[in-house]
Ligand binder design. Sequence first.
Ligand code: AMP
Length: 406
Amino acid sequence: MATEPGSAPAQDQRSVLVLNSGSSSLKYQLVDVDSEQVLARGSVERIGESGSAASHTAGEQTTRSDDRVSSHGDALAILMEAFDRHGPDLDETGLVAIGHRVVHGGGHSEPQVVTEDVLEEIEALQVLAPLHNRAAAMGIRAAQAIRPDVPHVAVFDTAFFAGLPAEAATYALDREVAARHRLRRYGFHGTSHAWVSRQAAELVERPYEQLKQVVLHLGNGASASAVDGGRPVDTSMGLTPLEGLVMGTRSGDLDPAVVLTLARAGASTDEIDRLLNQRSGLLGLSGVNDFRELQQRVDAGDADARLALDVYVHRLVKYVGAYHALLGGTDLLVFTAGVGENNPALRAAVAKRLEPLGFVLDESANTAGRVVGGRVVSTPDSPVTIAVVPTNEELAIARQAVDLVG
Ligand code: AMP
């Protein structure tokens, strides 16, 4: 149960406000880092566009507004006003830091307290993550202006993968060109992969340091990682979050010559960017990017949706098989995020193809309702344990922020 607005703060309560600034949205959660309760959550959507909408939920109460929001600064002001008017009072919850999700952190392997230098670095990385890092920097500047009294911590999506072995991080490109443009594989969704792999080890009650895991983060964005004893060995996203698995609107892996062919046919860089990031993946193949709608179309006999699902599963099986080989065998396969946590049919389709490699799903465990805390879904004698573990990037960010600021 979340705390009711206006209720007295528990003594020594410590909270972190986690902000996730997208190009046209700002999502937030106020997290009690000790009890793991979400004290409040909300979002401001369509910033700078018509039809802005804000919502704020504290306890049982949700309030909404549809005032026009023209900037991230405006969005932050609306958020702070929502806390003032509807609670909880940020200071009474023991606000110790504001944690910012930042997609691209370059070579940073740890969260950073935001200084002007760190902010400039985040902005400089816009070249590699134009939409994401520009928005994160705007969100941080706006939040610093409104709450200069608390430390702001940047938690990078790339951090967990900063230690990727060179052979996994390196593109086989001309070395000087790659160095000049910082072209390497960075990996994304790292906060989720780190959190989920650790939670999974706890779930199966085995030492994290001894487990070989393949983690599948399957949401609207999707990525896979191979984690050996807590260290990433490989991951599917690369220079940007475009590489790898088939996603809601992103193509994932392609022959780079697809880009050259389109460019030679007259498409501009921005057009190709939009095609690959926003109009491809499940959406490009079937007309819908939401997995529930895709599943409905498959069930109704839609051939395009069927092919989209087959391509999605094919790519997943290929990645798990490759990571199984890289790891020299897998102890634990973990599904997480919107699709991974909530779609037993997808888990079954992947596991069925992997059964010859020792991934044996338990049908009844797999379909036994919503997964709340995490659940093993393989048979007791399956050589590889298969688990579903909910991700919680906000709590992970809050914890890291608190660890950093003490
Ligand atoms: P995420 O990006 O993690 O929020 O995941 C979004 C994806 O998860 C969408 O494709 C949704 O269709 C899918 N998803 C979310 N909730 C459910 C659910 N209860 N059942 C099936 N799919 C879901």
